[in-house]
Write a protein that binds this ligand. Sequence first.
Ligand code: FRU
Length: 493
Amino acid sequence: MLSTKHDKAIGKANDFIKSKKEEVANQKYRNHFHFMAPVGWINDPNGLICINGQYHMFYQHYPYAPHWSSMHWGHAVSHDLVHWDNLPVALAPSEPYDAYEKGGCFSGCAVYEKGVISLIYTAASKIKEEIVQSQCLATSTDGINFKKYENNPIISTAPNSSTADFRDPKIWWHNNLWYMVVGTCHNSLGKVVLFKSLDLKSWSYCGVLSESSEQFGFMWECPDFFELGDSGVLVVSPMGTADNTTLYFTGKMDYSLPKFEWDILGKPDYGCDFYAPQTLTDGNDRRIMIGWMRPQMPQEDFEKLTSKLDWFGTMSLPRVVNICEDGKLCFEPIEELKFLRKDHFQMGPVNVCEEELEIKAGDGLSYEILADFDVSGCDATEFGFVLRESEKEQTLLKIDLASSKIILDREKADAFHQKNVYCDFECEDNNLTLNIFVDTSMIEVFANNGKSVFSANIFPSESSRKISLYAKEGKVKLNKLETWGVSSIWEKN
Ligand code: FRU
């Protein structure tokens, strides 16, 4: 059989990845328990889906360099969302509608029906001097090789909005119909539009599901819509907001209008690096979210950081999304991560005072901490952890009770300029629990059972491994501290 342009583009990408894989596995900053591509650049998670107990993660991918360029879809599978096996690249730019250096196969989703996996993605191209983003389809019967639909695009223009910004379809099944949300913008305001279909190929426009007011940005990327209990949840990644974080809205969906009226607004993650998340459900009825850890630093820092690398980009840990009594969402790391725990260490109760208290957690590079503070008698102005420390570097996790903020101070974390990150928290019965995951170039913090969460990129030297607890101008009681080293998820690959 003659190979198509798509087969050739995929073959070229796979050959390149194969030739570089081993070298990249030993390069700097590779994480031990966070998902990365074997080679090249990654951004958004795409097409997250669980089929007969097997999880698939596709992702925005440029295999040939550690920076963004014409987008491919990488592909990996897992039985536990923790250990991943890499599969061949699933989509590569090859057709007039998606072959463009500053475009390609942009973000989208996957659905499974009768043995066929369908990928619905945004094709981004320049056609007659105009940037066009359209929605396209590719299918596979073996879960590995994907064929683009001969009548692509399946949706070619944006309804009453900008076709140059019309991307990131996410699809779900409701009342015998497929529904699709797509992000777009009109008059510099982000919005999410809704379509419906019976067969995934022919779509009709239903209307605007939700739109931004000025404070929520000029373009809404990567919309995701799902139901939790009786509530609808819309997640968007707005462009052009002050703190650049992803937002969620919970409220009521009325399919008859159709309209989504939201009443609660929150952030899945307070870190400005966490972006473009997508969710899936699995056989255990869990709603699980994974986000891309977007690097946000001056371009010259980024070039310095990646100059000797043939890879760049990491996904967040998968988090289970639940709805609390007050309608807000909470996000907890998936249980399966506990299987990676090793080298247990325990301490407490103990008062943490002005003198730094050194602690042990794995090899000081990849570890998990679970800390439970009783803040009722706390008279310290600030307390917290000094992580990834050496003479020159330290990543500070500070708790400021007066302002109820947890602050990640990255000023001395590494040689690059990255913003400090903070999140608000509320103590419960005078308790603050922190579940902290630190990896070679990542930190994720889940406070009070996932009610306040943030994650951030850090790039300290390998030798910065000291860990300690501190309090300033007073003391705080630590009820209990547990730490574990975390096994590498890549060892068998
Ligand atoms: C978000 C995003 C998406 C787009 C993709 C391109 O990070 O800009 O809107 O589909 O990345 O790689």
